[in-house]
Design a protein around this ligand. Structure first.
Ligand SMILES: [Zn+2]
Length: 512
């Protein structure tokens, strides 16, 4: 196996295996650990993303694997205290297993540092891991991961490396080629098939593999890593995508792809991001830097439209006043702006709610400022609080005990003198990403009246997404961003009321 040969050989100092989830990456790490202890001893550090992950892997993966290896039997430490959670102190070498944090990385000097799921590494930890092997002859850094995000440390490391891609040979045209997602075809057919894009004679080869284990395995068994592009000396990256993993049915991948693209049409990019990173082992590139987009208005005037299935009032709390947006939604996730403007007092919010006959639980206040006052008002009037945060998603457990992540958190209740106030955190950037797609007209119908006013339109273009020191971020470019925030809060409110069908609730697959 080429990656293992590179890791155990003398030519490469940094080896990357970029592969889909569920394709045996963990097995590779276990084989590597056994090989190192038996054949190429030297201080070795295996890093998982969290202390919890590393403990689980130590107990259920690494330890049984090492214990089952005959070559290692005579090498075990006699003193059982030398096998602890997180370390095995063999007489001839230490082997550490730790979480990805500065303290576990800084304290050790190693011949081999292995980073699992390296795409999740916090900034500069990769550099710290490389430092562990400095000045050691023939030392190695190994990164094993799914796809990450462009511009982040892991993907930069991939770009620096010489690329080798797992490739099969077509029996008809003899072309050796990597698996490409675009060559999976299913138009007008029940099952997908893979079509060779090699040339044969004058035209396209078009050799066909059907979606069954025999055909998929036949392709994979002809596979070899093929050099694709050059990189820095000693840096190599081996990659393949889920099409090359013969035991994953292509129909399953096609269904995930279709679901992800349906979500994209609604403005939710999260499932597509997951598919590209986890299945195709590709880097995710954030939305390109976006300039102000013209917003299409028209078809009706402020305050004249009928109301649809649910009308939501969102309120931005400022030091001396409030801004508000009233938008009505239907069950298809379509929406229409009805009203917008300013208040000076909390009781005016309640009056606006009554004017539009809005349900109390469809009134959302931004609760980042004047926190105690807002909580008291939430409790008094029965409205809900929203708090925009920097996280992409929040952990949730459903009634059946399934754990997953979604764009807003489990609500938290606060005691106030007026009773309980309920506040939910949400991903500010996630909501703005969706709003961006809606306002460009690329998502579900999202309407604005023709007389909405320039202040509203300017506010909707008050932030742009651009490359910053922290990666792609929303940056404010104009003073008045209240309506922009309020429309982002509308999307969260509609999602909480199940009107906006966000698919970010996908269960994270077990990384393997
Ligand atoms: Zn062919």
């Amino acid at each position: 196996m080429a990656p293992l040969a590179a890791i155990t050989g003398n030519d490469a100092s940094e080896i990357i295996v970029k592969a889909p989830v569920g394709s045996g990456k963990t097995t590779l790490l276990e084989v590597l650990a056994c090989y190192t202890v038996a054949e190429k001893p030297g201080p070795a550090l295996f890093v998982s993303q969290t202390e919890g992950d590393s403990k689980d892997w130590f107990d259920s993966g690494l330890l049984p694997c090492l214990q089952g290896c005959d070559l290692i039997k005579p090498l075990w430490p006699k003193d059982r205290h030398k096998v602890t959670k997180g370390a095995i102190l063999f007489p001839h070498m230490p082997l550490w297993v730790a979480g990805a944090n500065l303290s576990s990385l800084q304290s050790k000097s190693c011949d081999l540092v292995v980073l699992d799921e390296a795409w999740m590494l916090k900034k500069s930890l990769l550099q710290e891991a490389r430092r562990r092997t400095h000045d050691r002859f023939n030392s190695k850094v190994v990164l094993v991961s799914q796809g990450g995000s462009s511009g982040e440390d892991f993907e930069n490391a991939c770009e620096d490396a010489a690329l080798y891609e797992f490739s099969f040979v077509c029996p008809s045209c003899s072309t050796r080629q990597p698996w490409r997602w675009g060559n999976l075809k299913w138009e007008g057919e029940e099952s997908p098939h893979y079509q060779c894009q090699g040339s044969l004679g004058e035209g396209l080869c078009g050799h066909r593999w059907d979606d069954n284990p025999i055909d998929r395995r036949a392709m994979a068994s002809s596979g070899e890593y093929v050099f694709i592009s050059k990189g820095k000396a000693g840096h190599v990256c081996f990659t393949y995508n889920a099409l090359a993993v013969w035991f994953i049915p292509w129909a399953k991948l096609r269904d995930e792809w279709n679901t992800a693209n349906a979500a994209k049409k609604r403005g939710d990019l999260a499932p597509l991001k997951q598919f590209l990173q986890k299945r195709l082992a590709q880097a995710w590139t954030e939305l390109e830097e976006l300039e102000a987009v013209p917003i299409n208005t028209g078809g009706y005037l402020l305050g004249t439209s009928e109301q649809w299935d649910l009308t939501i009032l969102t309120v931005d709390v400022q030091k001396n006043n409030f801004w508000y947006v009233v938008r009505t939604w239907n069950r298809a996730g379509e929406s229409r702006l009805l009203d917008r403007g300013q208040f000076l007092h909390f009781h005016e919010i309640e009056a606006k709610r009554e004017q539009w006959n809005i349900h109390r639980k469809a009134v959302f206040l931004d609760s980042a400022y004047r926190v105690e006052e807002v909580k008291a008002a939430l409790a008094k009037y029965g409205w809900l609080g929203l708090n925009g945060r920097g996280e992409d998603s929040f952990p949730v457990t459903d009634r059946r005990g399934n754990k997953f992540r979604r764009i807003y958190s489990v609500p938290v209740d606060y005691k106030t003198t007026e009773g309980l106030a309920r506040v939910t955190n949400y991903s500010s950037a996630g909501a703005k990403d969706i709003l961006q797609i809606l306002k460009q007209g690329n998502g579900t119908l999202w309407e604005v009246p023709s007389d909405v006013g320039q202040q509203y339109l300017d506010s909707l273009n008050s932030e742009i997404k651009k490359q910053t020191a922290k990666g792609m971020s929303w940056v404010q470019i104009k003073d008045h961003n209240h309506y922009f925030d309020l429309e982002a809060m509308q999307i969260i409110g509609a999602t909480m009321h199940k009107l906006y069908p966000l698919l970010t609730n996908q269960q994270d697959e077990e990384a393997a």
